[in-house]
Design a protein around this ligand. Structure first.
Ligand SMILES: [Cu+2]
Length: 241
């Protein structure tokens, strides 16, 4: 998109205004597809519900800024396109093309930079804590800790965007250890009673002990949603026998 915008800018410099208009308009319109079908749903599920409580966390701050500046940039660009093709009534159009184009291009480049930043923070940034792979018995995924009190049960998060097992039955007092085997995931309870860090990198884990009987639904905000949408799971906690 950024390269196409630069090509479009060259066309304007060479005074090929129709080609310039077609090039930049295509970028603006095609850009709506990933925005509406990918970015808006992921933002709505994974960022917006916890954005303002977590502004000090780069995961939320950078993706939140990208969403804000990107929305302004796309709307501004749509305004430029509708003016350029004379779709808007003349009273609403601008005359100062150079100024508007410069502001528009500046906003788009800022959005692109924030987008690269979001990609880095979400998918490339090395884990802040070194992963601590814990020893596990080979034939069972249930183990008893050193104190002999807390039972631990493992749920694996895999690259296929699945929790394994999807449904887990445990007794009150059991600790569930979610181990991220591959990919980027997180664990968020539908009812908000537990929540992992926003981005659990491969090799890291998140633990939660269930002290109350009940049925707990949870999901990964990257790949699922509440109420059992796609990447999600259930923990059924039964009273002590
Ligand atoms: Cu996931």
């Amino acid at each position: 998109m950024g390269i196409a915008l630069l090509v479009g800018m060259m066309l304007a410099r060479q005074k090929k205004y129709t080609a310039h208009g077609i090039c930049q308009s295509l970028v603006v319109v095609l850009n709506l597809i990933p925005i509406l079908f990918f970015m808006v749903p992921v933002f709505h599920r994974g960022v917006q519900p916890r954005l303002f409580q977590n502004l000090e966390n780069p995961f939320y701050l950078i993706s939140g800024l990208h969403a804000f500046v990107g929305t302004v940039a796309e709307l501004f660009a749509i305004y430029i396109v509708t003016t350029g093709w004379k779709i808007l009534p003349s009273a609403l159009r601008f005359d100062n093309y150079k100024k508007f184009m410069r502001i528009g291009l500046g906003l788009w480049w800022l959005t692109i930079l924030l987008g690269v930043g979001t990609y880095y923070v979400w998918y490339l940034k090395p884990a802040s804590k070194p992963a601590t792979p814990s020893q596990q018995t080979t034939n069972s995924n249930t183990s008893v800790s050193a104190e002999g009190k807390t039972k631990e049960v493992v749920v694996e998060l895999t690259g296929g965007n699945q929790f394994t097992p999807v449904e887990l039955k445990i007794e009150v007092g059991t600790m569930v250890v979610w181990k991220n085997v591959s990919g980027h995931h997180n664990i968020i309870a539908d009812d908000g009673s537990f929540e992992s860090p926003p981005d659990l990198e491969a090799g890291s884990e998140y633990k939660h002990t269930f002290d109350k009987a009940g049925t707990y639904k949870y999901f990964c905000a990257f790949h699922g949603g509440p109420n059992g949408e796609r990447m999600s799971g259930t923990i059924i906690v039964t009273p002590k026998q």
